[in-house]
Design a protein around this ligand. Structure first.
Ligand code: NAD
Length: 503
């Protein structure tokens, strides 16, 4: 990979250091200390230095946040106001996000090591679009009228489900925040949001913007803290009606168990993946190379849908590998504030060590290392973009989610073989197909058991396009009208029609 800026004292990078104003819990419209008074440190992954101390919420803080959210739901204006009024406030929230793109982008880069250029141009602008999408949906929530069999008629009402718990991961902190809260707000729910402990800053900043926009106190609450304390308290709380969770399978299971043994709240789980990218012989080699690199290495591989298994048909294999290595050498690792950087540091020490241990495992299992395979630079959690050749389906690196910049190449002969091997996983989050043959594209996309299929593209997300898993990648969708449905429940109302001679 190309030499980056990490540790290069001569580089002239504009590090847009954000102004960290919010580090406390956001409950009932105020920023408050945790009840215990405890805090935890959040670290800049590119320097390993402490950025700020964040209030550490626990069970009691979740309880307090749920209490105010409950009151706002049972007695407050938000669930009762006309949808168009909620939409107006949400559009104001979107305007404020647009006005604060640079600050939010800087927070994400500083706190999580995401590329500043991506944040400012793509990620943060996309979240205001998401809010606007659901603002537009808020006044289009309708039930149905029902003609019933005997002399009765009925109708259904779609009502907000109640107080929702939103538990989110660290890899796209702002996007995940909005992905969860925007449909819940549109539905008329009130909520307690538990951001990942590695990435609290943007969540608190967004809470501040929500308040400025006019979202009433108690409707949107943010409790920062750890998963096994604050997160677990959300999942098991008797007064939360629905939990929407994005994160690992392991924790998803715990969330489901907690819901089952508490109040049987509804649960939706967006979990991990081991997504295949299938490159067929007829594909354009340059396009396939770019998609393989982008699919696997974008956001340092910290994307649930990343194409960590790249299946390549034997006729194009050698050409593709050659191009892949050539292009991977130009993949710049370094300071995420530097516009020329393609890959910043992994989010924290734990993830960094986890990814490196998978790389070691790949070497031990006999996969051939084509490029990378080591930490990068003197400080910060940087890892070289890594490509393994001769990977077999039974290797751990081909089976488990790595969540790092590691691409595994697997060779196949026939279309049937590609489908069978792509599906031979417990995951089913996403897949990509690279081909110019319409029949291959159509038949393979129907045969892959995954919730999202990209044909000749990858990582294309849109507010209107539902995303979510098959199999152990979870259930329930984010984005699109499907997401809104998670936060609504159907009430049927039935009434007789007396003495009608026409029925
Ligand atoms: P994680 O499961 O460790 O944590 C996710 C969230 O759950 C965090 O807020 C954490 O504090 C909380 N949590 C941890 N333990 C908990 C518990 N016992 N009860 C309740 N909450 C708890 O996942 P992560 O490391 O933050 O994120 C990486 C994982 O998320 C990967 O597996 C990735 O694939 C997945 N992910 C999935 C999607 C998707 O849309 N499917 C998107 C992003 C990330």
């Amino acid at each position: 990979m190309a030499e980056g800026s990490n540790g290069d004292s001569k580089s002239k990078i504009h590090r847009r250091i954000p102004n960290i104003k919010f580090t406390k819990l956001f409950i009932n419209g105020d920023f408050v200390d945790s009840i215990s008074g405890k805090t935890f440190k959040t670290i800049d992954p590119s320097s390993e230095e402490v950025i700020a101390k964040i209030a550490e919420g626990d069970k009691e803080d979740i309880h307090l946040a749920v209490k105010v959210a409950r009151k706002a739901f049972d007695h407050g204006a938000w669930p009762r106001m006309p949808g168009c009024e909620r939409g107006k406030v949400m559009n104001k929230f979107a305007d404020l996000i647009d006005e604060n793109v640079e600050e939010l982008a800087a927070l994400e880069t500083f706190d999580v090591g995401k590329l500043f250029s991506f944040e400012i141009n793509i990620d943060i602008p996309s979240i205001s679009k998401e809010v606007r999408y659901f603002a537009g949906a808020a006044d289009k929530i309708h039930g149905k009228t029902l003609k019933l069999s005997s002399q009765f008629q009925g109708y259904t009402l779609l009502e907000p489900i109640g107080v929702v718990g939103l538990i989110i991961p660290w890899n796209f902190p702002s996007a995940m925040f909005v992905l969860k809260c925007a449909p819940a707000l549109a539905a008329g729910c009130t909520m307690v949001i538990k951001p990942a402990e590695q990435a609290s800053l943007s969540a608190l900043y967004l809470a501040h913007l929500a308040k400025l926009a006019g979202i009433p106190n108690g409707v949107l609450n943010v409790v920062t803290g750890f998963g096994d304390t604050a997160g677990a308290a959300v999942a098991s709380h008797m007064d939360i009606d629905c939990v929407s969770f994005t994160g690992s399978i392991e924790v998803g299971r715990l969330v489901m168990q907690a819901a089952a043994t508490s109040n049987l709240k509804t649960v939706s789980l967006e979990l991990g993946g081991k997504s295949p990218l299938l490159i067929f012989d007829d594909a354009n080699v340059d396009q396939a190379t770019d998609l393989a690199l982008f699919g696997s290495l974008a956001n340092k591989g910290e994307i649930c849908v990343c194409s960590s298994r790249v299946f390549v048909q034997e006729g194009i294999y050698d050409k593709l590998v050659e191009k892949l290595v050539e292009k991977a050498r130009t993949w710049v690792v370094g300071d995420p504030f530097d516009p020329s950087t393609r890959q910043g540091p992994q989010v924290d020490k734990k993830q960094y060590e986890r990814v490196l241990s998978y790389i070691d495992q790949g070497k031990r299992e006999g996969a051939s290392l084509l490029i990378g395979g080591k930490p990068y630079g003197e400080k910060g959690y940087y890892i070289e973009p890594t490509i393994f050749d001769n990977v077999t389906d039974d290797m751990l690196i081909a089976k488990e989610e790595i969540f790092g910049p590691v691409l595994s190449l697997l060779k196949f002969k026939t279309i049937e073989e590609a489908i069978e091997r792509a599906n031979a996983t417990t995951y089913g989050l996403a897949a990509g197909i690279v081909t110019n043959d319409l029949n291959i594209a159509n038949s393979v996309s129907r045969s892959i058991r995954a919730g999202m299929i990209w044909i000749n593209c990858y990582h294309n997300f849109d507010s209107g396009c539902p995303i979510g898993g098959y199999k152990m990648s979870g259930f329930g969708k984010d984005h699109g009208v499907d997401a809104l449905e998670k936060y609504l429940q159907t009430k049927a109302v039935v009434t007789p029609i007396y003495n009608s001679p026409w029925l």
